[in-house]
Design a protein around this ligand. Structure first.
Ligand SMILES: C[S@@+](CC[C@H](N)C(=O)[O-])C[C@H]1O[C@@H](n2cnc3c(N)ncnc32)[C@H](O)[C@@H]1O
Length: 314
């Protein structure tokens, strides 16, 4: 299957990164290298692009896409961006001028039924971005307790019928293991009242699939734990650009950036700071940058995108 993915907020990211010819950049979610290609194209002598992706198929597509840029210093690695320190160590790099994270999954991953991210086609419930490790969605729906299932559907999917869906899943799996997306869709349909299902904007299973994907790939924890470390690795004036696609993730990025800008933990009424925690830099985007109307019309998948930018102090 051909790797198709249109890079989102491309110009905004390139501007946000303030690319220097001799800068060192990390694309932690390389995908098909839509953004990565444009970053690498702008590099000259001394410039380096390090590209990471936890999906080997994405990495292969990126390698192919970047193969034309023979005069550029590009280093690709199969890695979760949570392990970026290891990747930097292996490449001997100690500081970065810019980092891009374009979170979530690519169109290729959604459109390829074998990867199990889609509710639109009947396929095995996998949903791991890194197919060499981690829990499949099949494992989650067949082994988690009803309370755990309800929690992830509510917390990660903001699904109003989380408990009902969890209960139906458990009674269905007692009959026969749940292995495919169509089996799961049927169960979700049974749990959500018909009237509500009909009134929903997207597919009735959308929120449950989002929740399973987040759980399967431990997406929120990875972002929460890695962003503060990444900011530490920025050179003076270096920028961290993050694109999110749902409110849970956006909230995490917003809060981490705020804390990096204002880490002081002293009570508000303290006349002077006693905790001694110093700001690491400043938030560039008071409000997130969102795709223009044109971009939204041309690329439906860009609708929910939000870009936030943090700059390390000079
Ligand atoms: C939205 S796509 C990126 C698309 C890319 N910017 C482009 O324009 O082609 C997200 C990519 O990040 C990868 N990814 C998501 N979370 C990751 C993580 N924690 N570590 C490494 N790669 C990750 C996915 O496998 C996917 O290929």
């Amino acid at each position: 299957m051909e790797f198709k993915h249109i890079p989102i907020l491309l110009e905004e990211c390139l501007q946000g990164l303030k690319i220097k010819e001799n800068g060192i950049y990390l694309d932690g979610t390389l995908g098909g290298a839509g953004h990565g290609y444009e970053i690498a194209s702008r590099l000259g002598k001394g410039g380096i692009l390090i590209g990471l992706d936890q999906d080997e198929e994405a990495l292969e597509a990126a390698e192919h896409r970047l193969s034309g840029l023979k005069d550029k210093d590009i280093r690709l690695m199969h890695s979760n961006f949570a392990d970026f320190e290891n990747a930097l160590f292996l490449t001997g790099i100690t500081g970065l001028d810019g980092i891009l994270l374009d979170l979530g999954i690519s169109s290729y991953q959604i459109d390829n039924p074998e990867r199990g991210f889609t509710y639109m086609k009947d396929a095995p419930l996998d949903m791991r971005m890194d197919q060499s490790r981690g829990k499949t969605a099949e494992f989650i729906v067949n082994t988690y307790s009803p309370a755990e299932l309800a929690r992830i559907f509510k917390q990660y999917g903001e699904e109003d019928f989380a408990r009902e869906i969890a209960r139906k899943i458990v009674s269905a799996r007692n009959e026969t293991p749940i292995k495919t997306s169509y089996q799961l869709n049927e169960i979700i349909d049974l749990a959500i009242p018909k009237k509500i299902r009909a009134g929903r904007k997207g597919h009735p299973a959308k929120q449950v699939y989002q929740a399973l994907r987040i759980e399967s790939n431990d997406e929120l924890k990875v972002v929460e734990e890695t962003l503060p470390k990444m900011a530490e690795y920025l050179n003076a004036g270096g920028r961290l650009c993050v694109i999110t696609f749902h409110s849970l993730e956006d909230r995490i990025v917003k809060n981490i950036f705020r804390t990096l800008e204002n880490p002081c933990t002293c009570p508000r009424d303290f006349p002077v700071c006693a905790c001694g925690k110093q700001p690491l830099g400043k938030v560039i985007t008071r409000k997130p940058i969102v795709p223009s109307k044109d971009e939204q019309e041309q690329n439906e998948r860009s609708h929910s995108a939000k870009l936030r930018i943090f700059e390390k102090k000079g």
